[in-house]
Write a new protein. Structure first.
Ligand SMILES: [Zn+2]
Length: 116
């Protein structure tokens, strides 16, 4: 008999701030941008100029004039792929240990380490 287990749904995020990513699905497919924020607890990332949403703001003493502000909405990490800065390809990565015992990501295409 199978028991219904709910495994922790957390996906290990290998993305970091300032990584270059490409959107691999959804309406923003094909767009590239820099990771601005990683929301680990939600498995989401905020990518510069991707998934823009319009927010209406009211005039206030702190923000000055009201109006429409465009800002990036978070995307699920499964929708983006890391782009290798060395070979400029959205490819797969594996983790390796550096000489100093730190984890670094290695591009499976050009075999370059992308974390120093
Ligand atoms: Zn590469």
């Amino acid at each position: 008999m199978k028991t219904k287990k709910a495994p922790p749904a957390l996906v290990r995020i290998r993305l970091k701030k300032n990584d270059l990513v490409e959107v691999s699905s959804g309406k923003e497919k094909g767009k590239t941008g820099k990771v601005l924020r990683v929301l680990r607890e939600k498995n989401q990332v905020v990518v510069e100029k991707v998934n823009m949403i319009k927010r209406h703001t009211r005039p206030s003493p702190t923000s000055g004039q009201g109006g429409i502000v465009e800002k990036e909405a978070p995307l699920n990490v499964s929708k983006v792929k890391l782009i290798c800065p060395k070979c400029a390809t959205a490819t797969r990565f594996s983790l390796t240990l550096t000489g100093e015992g730190k984890k670094a990501r290695v591009c499976l295409k050009c075999k370059e380490m992308i974390d120093g």
